[in-house]
Design a protein around this ligand. Structure first.
Ligand SMILES: Cc1ncc(COP(=O)(O)O)c(C=O)c1O
Length: 522
């Protein structure tokens, strides 16, 4: 075998005039590929045992990778070994059944293979011509996802990098299609604009990505109006109606309501029918942010909660969350595909090329903000084929059962406090030993002292369980208090994992309480 190919050393660098072809011979690629597949298979085999978090600081990990820019190439065997030597030992195992951070999906195995296959063809379904099968698979996948959740399957839509970009694409479409003038040419700089363009979402559970949308649309973050919530953390539609009416009187232009469909702290689903009514009455765009939870509509036992979702003008749903796809993969559905096209369409002579006209199809660059795009659809399409809707139903209901089981454990313990009933798979609760809570019954000062102790303990528990590698759990704030939050968004988590993790939380909690007592002379 040609040594220059094996080593990746450029023969031109050695003074030869030979043309350099850096590709590997097929047999060499096969050997390395098998090696990579072995590494992946071994990883999946060990995943349940690995510490979830490396427990090292950013500086420590940066030091592992501190090396000069390579001037000369290395042998591909050596490059691949880097994975086991330096990358994996410094990774957070998001696919672990004991990983409960953010809303991160666990990554399907077939999705891993699909990503490798997609990378091999390297199609670019930004346009139809550089990605004909990729485009048609994406269109089919969009229709399937819509059908799965009971949304009209003749809708438009596309896969995005994630929920934030799906929210942006949906709300941008809302702005373009509800503004009093055509915003395409002059945008917000038009003299025809009067008042502010306003977006509405629930005060407690509205997601921060909508602020990013306001950034991207350059509306200013104050354009995101926070609507009061009810006791179950869902948006109060009457308060919404009142706010919109008042804002209109001020001369503003309320254009979009964002409903949470599976909210970030408690998995709440806003009252979709009522919000759809408000939007219809006020001619506003109804965007459902179902990044975390829209896919739950596939569960017959939850279906009622989703009534009205089919009326949303646009729906965000992240396959890299509760469909467990490997990163990145968000998705936006838009009821009227033409409204999406009208919002993003643009043309240039070099975009359509010169193949005969029968070789044309949907150019996704006309339907979203990206031009070049990856073949994300393959992993969604293949995983849907692999599990089927029935398989997904089982996986999703297992996730809900895990959250319900956790809720039972919380309720049965004197050391934990329940904050809400689980709706889907995201569950927040707090460590609050009864003995300490009883002390809060005294003066206001005593109550504050107990609250700050509990906030400290809950943070301490999350930090400690991460540092020990037992589980990845983060804190959040619910009604102003620091709480433990678990997003059980892994198709690998079982009831046994929940028990193990809950027992570990209880133990660390007792230690933290003991530490607090000794620090406070008790
Ligand atoms: C409700 C909701 N919307 C949007 C997003 C943003 O999704 P992404 O991180 O994929 O951009 C998240 C992320 O957790 C979310 O929970």
């Amino acid at each position: 075998m040609d040594e220059s190919r094996q080593t990746g050393m450029d023969s031109a660098g050695n003074g030869s005039d030979d043309w350099w072809n850096p590709d590997l011979e097929p047999e060499e690629f096969r050997r390395l590929g098998y090696q990579a597949v072995d590494m992946i298979a071994d990883y999946f085999g060990a995943l349940d045992e690995l510490p979830v978090f490396p427990g090292k600081s950013s500086e420590e990990i940066a030091r592992v990778f501190a090396e000069p820019l390579p001037q000369q190439g290395s042998h591909p065997d050596e490059v691949l070994q880097e994975w086991s030597r330096r990358v994996l030992p410094n990774s957070t195992h998001v696919g672990s059944p004991r990983y409960f951070g953010y809303v991160n999906g666990s990554g399907t195995m077939i999705g891993v293979l699909a990503d490798a296959l997609a990378a091999s063809v390297n199609m670019n379904p930004g346009g139809w011509k550089p990605g004909p099968s990729a485009t048609e698979i994406e269109r089919r996948t969009i229709a399937w996802i819509a059908e799965m959740i009971g949304y009209p399957s003749d809708c438009g839509g596309l896969l995005t990098s994630g929920g934030t970009m799906a929210n942006y694409t949906g709300i941008m479409t809302g702005l373009r299609n509800t503004a009093q003038y055509d915003t395409t040419a002059e945008g917000l700089q038009s003299g025809e604009r009067n008042g502010r363009f306003l977006i509405y979402m629930a005060d407690h559970e509205g997601h921060v990505s909508i602020k990013r949308v306001a950034d991207l649309l350059n509306l200013g973050r104050s354009a995101v109006r926070r609507v009061p919530s009810r006791a179950d953390f869902t948006m109060d539609p009457e308060a919404l109606q009142r706010m919109i009416a008042q804002d209109k009187v001020q001369g503003d232009h309320p254009f979009c309501v964002v409903a949470q469909v599976g909210s970030i702290n408690v998995g709440a689903i806003d009252p979709l029918e009522a919000i759809a009514d408000v939007c219809e009455e006020n001619r506003m765009w109804f965007h459902a942010d179902g990044a975390c939870g829209a896919v739950g509509a596939v569960l017959p036992e939850k279906r009622e909660l989703y009534a009205g979702l089919e009326r949303a003008d646009s729906v965000t749903l992240d396959p890299h969350k509760w469909l467990f796809l490997p990163y990145e993969c968000g998705c936006l559905l838009v009821q009227d595909p033409e409204k999406l096209r009208r919002s993003f369409s643009m043309t240039a002579p070099y975009l359509r090329g010169t193949l005969p006209t029968e070789y044309t199809g949907q150019d996704y660059f006309e339907y979203g903000p990206q031009m070049s795009r990856g073949f994300r659809a393959l992993k969604v399409w293949m995983t849907l084929k692999h599990y089927g809707v029935e398989g997904y139903r089982r996986l999703l209901s297992q996730g809900v059962r895990c959250a319900e089981h956790l809720d039972h454990r919380v309720q049965a313990s004197k050391d934990f406090e329940r904050l809400h009933a689980p709706t889907l798979y995201i569950y927040s609760f707090s460590y609050a030993p009864q003995e300490l809570q009883e002390q809060a019954n005294g003066s206001r000062a005593e109550q504050e002292r107990v609250e700050s102790a509990l906030d400290w303990m809950n943070q301490r528990i999350a930090d400690e369980i991460q540092a020990r590698g037992t589980a990845f759990i983060m804190t959040s704030r619910v009604h102003g208090r620091t709480v433990l939050r678990m997003s059980i968004c892994s198709h690998r988590t079982t009831l046994e994992h929940i028990d193990t993790v809950f027992d570990a939380l209880a133990e660390i909690g007792r230690e933290a309480y003991g530490e607090w007592k000794s620090n406070n002379g008790q």
